[in-house]
Design a protein around this ligand. Structure first.
Ligand SMILES: *Cc1c(COP(=O)(O)O)cnc(C)c1O
Length: 371
């Protein structure tokens, strides 16, 4: 007889139905005729690249965006045929791979345009791309002063086809900034310049927070990431639970130090529960406020340092919690990645993308079986 598979004490549960609800909420914000490009970089913000991408396609999201060529290849190998934006610079050695897997790359300089043109010519193969303009971000992107030269070079060769123009905000989190209004104006100006010659381009700028704070930035398509997963806009549903189980409970008296460094001790007699989750799983180690763990819908404070693979929780004196009871390190309503981020002085994005790849991910809606 073969032994049992190990019990998964710790796992992530991804609520695909919440992602569906979030996409519906976004659609109602932007109006029916606008497109959605679902950003699934960083393992779909920790939620699992392939199952999330398939789910987004199933519920009608028109485009996907990644920032790595291996992610693009994984999506194609999973059978996804929708357009995929590759929002990064592709190494010259990888151009034919990107073309083989039908990337729609961002091109953000004349130099990149030249090497893509040379490759497309060598392969005698067409390539659609989106022109990425610089913004107050000053990361990737063409300076608007170079636009004419870029378009002139584009017209030298027939293989590359401009199908979209994109921009990315530096401060989408703050409403009413003149700098951001300037960026929108710049893109609208480019649209005006290009409309006659390229009437069918997709213009896109808005990330999740821009949809909220700069509705004028919603042009023909939006590129939401964090909002798909339930954060940063009102009325969204966090799509992820982080579940584990208590592996030990110890009764201790007042003034008992707990965990490494004895940085914290009990103030009165209480029960300390051990949870098999630590910073190696992506739980933060530095805090500015005490985080909570949810057990039977009630919050219990973390006590002492988070270890590599374990952490401790103060259950207090009176409770009916038992060893192997279920706990939530992240809960879609009671303690979300936003709450954990605030406790550790960071942002929800950092918590979600820090969730370790090795954590098992379970998908809690029928669409998950499609994978
Ligand atoms: C990550 C990213 C997005 C999505 O941003 P959110 O704030 O998660 O909505 C959109 N566009 C670009 C270029 C990005 O890098």
């Amino acid at each position: 007889m073969s032994p049992n598979l190990p019990t998964e004490l710790t796992y992530l549960e991804i609520h695909l139905d919440h992602i569906t609800a979030n996409v519906q909420t976004l659609r109602s914000h932007i109006g029916g005729e606008r497109l959605i490009c679902g950003v699934v970089k960083a393992n779909a913000y920790g939620h699992g690249l392939i199952p999330v991408a398939k789910h987004l396609i199933n519920i009608g999201v028109e485009w996907l965006a990644v920032v790595s060529l291996p992610d693009l290849i994984a999506l194609r190998q999973a059978g996804i045929t929708h357009p995929i934006l590759l929002m990064t610079v592709v190494h010259p050695a990888d151009l034919n791979t990107a073309m083989h897997y039908q990337a729609t790359p961002f091109i953000s300089s004349i130099e990149e345009l030249l090497y893509w043109q040379a490759e497309a010519k060598r392969l005698q193969q067409g390539l659609s791309f989106h022109l990425k303009m610089n913004s107050q971000m000053n990361r990737l992107g063409l300076e608007s002063a170079q636009l004419d030269a870029f378009l002139q070079q584009l017209n030298q060769e027939p293989f590359l086809k401009l199908t979209g123009v994109a921009l990315h905000f530096a401060q989408a989190d703050t409403p009413d900034l003149p700098n951001m209004q300037d960026d929108i104006a710049m893109l609208m100006q480019i649209k005006e310049t290009l409309d006659a010659r390229y009437p069918d381009l997709v213009y896109h700028l808005a990330s999740s927070l821009a949809v909220r704070h700069y509705p004028q930035s919603v042009i023909s398509m939006i590129r939401p990431g964090i909002a798909l997963y339930g954060y940063e806009l009102p009325h969204l549903k966090p799509a992820l639970s982080w579940i584990s189980h208590i592996i030990h409970i110890r009764r201790v008296p007042a003034h008992t130090p707990i965990s490494y460094g004895a940085i914290e001790e009990t103030t009165k007699a209480c029960d300390i529960a051990v949870i098999p989750v630590g910073y190696a799983d992506g739980y933060p180690r530095e805090f500015i406020h005490t985080p909570y763990i949810i057990i039977n819908d009630k919050p219990y404070p973390l006590i002492g340092r988070v270890c590599m693979n374990q952490l401790m929780v103060n259950l207090g004196e009176h409770h009916n919690i038992k060893r192997f009871d279920k706990v939530y390190l992240l809960h879609p309503t009671h303690f979300t990645a936003q709450h954990l981020a605030e406790a550790s002085g960071t942002i929800s994005y950092r918590i979600l993308t820090g969730l370790s790849q090795h954590l098992p991910r379970r998908y809690s809606s029928s669409s998950a079986q499609e994978q």
